[in-house]
Design a protein around this ligand. Structure first.
Ligand code: ATP
Ligand code: MG
Length: 272
């Protein structure tokens, strides 16, 4: 098992930056036969600096579309997204990305993967920083391992380190734990929370899993599809670390399932 890591010992990004403002965002996709899909219908959302927010909802409700727009990989047809007062017009390393598939470079070691972005930006003297982040995500001793030698959870830790080493103001996590087994998943939830508490980075976390959203988030943005929109925003006032069997946890879960019309249905792990 990978050991838990210690904190990185230099300047942290203060939680005074990383405010995201999603303003009236609309995104429509048109297919070859001219049919329209309204992926996002006038979405408005204010995310505070240092906040941990989950986007929760069934497939097709626009979670990834919203993440791609915040990342600057896609542009809304209408509206805008603003980070710390500056409109987002394209990708930037101040917004780190972690997806379900870690997409590591197979020919590079863990160290090579984590340092790749910094090197590409021409940043020198990165050895200590890269080592610090590899330690932060609990991969000490695996610096020289290649991706094929890593488990799914370890590969996802590398993807996390690769994003964090850029000191992003915002970390965008699109179902980062979706491909992991239940135990690794819970372990990684705690790792991400530990890093979040340590770094104060604003995090936007996409999940289908109701329990995961409650366990992780300050607020849960419940989205519904056709058209993709915010149905309701739930504030999770449970103290941390959270107990998944706390009565209030069940209450919040029931409320969310009701919003999503799953009330009364028994679904394994409440996975949508
Ligand atoms: N590039 C695209 N071209 C056409 N339609 C798209 C494109 N990207 C997304 N869509 C459509 O927009 C809607 C929202 O898609 P999106 O990927 O944002 O959903 P999601 O909530 O992330 O779903 P999932 O939980 O399955 O990942 C869907 O109906 C999808 O088919
Ligand atoms: Mg998606």
């Amino acid at each position: 098992m990978v050991s838990s890591a210690t904190a990185v010992a230099y300047t942290e990004t203060p939680a005074t930056s990383g405010a995201i403002s999603v303003r009236n965002v609309r995104r429509v996709f048109v297919n070859a036969s001219g049919e329209e899909t309204v992926a996002l219908e006038r979405v408005n959302l204010e995310i505070q600096p240092g906040e941990m927010v989950s986007l929760l909802g069934p497939s097709g409700c626009g979670k990834s579309t919203l993440m791609r727009i915040i990342a600057g990989l896609d542009q809304p047809g209408e509206g805008e997204v603003v980070l710390d007062g500056v409109p987002i017009t394209g990708p930037h390393h101040e917004r780190g990305l972690v997806f379900q598939d870690p997409t590591l470079f197979s020919w590079l070691t863990v160290k090579g993967n984590v340092s790749f972005g910094l090197k590409a930006r021409g940043i020198k003297e990165i050895a200590r920083e890269v080592d610090d982040y590899i330690r932060l995500v609990g991969l000490e001793g695996f610096q020289n391992a290649y991706p094929h030698q890593l488990s799914g959870g370890m590969a996802q830790r590398v993807a996390l380190a690769r994003a964090l080493v850029n000191h992003p103001k915002v970390l965008l996590l699109d179902e980062p734990l979706g491909a992991l087994d239940a135990f690794t998943r819970m372990q990684m939830q705690d790792e991400i929370l530990r890093i979040w508490e340590d770094r104060g980075t604003t995090m936007v976390f996409v999940t289908h899993d109701v329990d995961e959203a409650i366990y992780m988030s300050d607020r849960i943005i419940v989205m519904t599809p056709r058209p993709g929109k915010i149905q309701e925003i739930i504030e999770v006032r449970l103290s941390r670390p959270r107990a998944r069997n706390h009565p209030d946890f069940f209450l919040i879960r029931s409320k969310i399932l009701e919003i999503l019309h799953f009330a009364g249905e028994i679904r394994e792990n409440y996975y949508l």
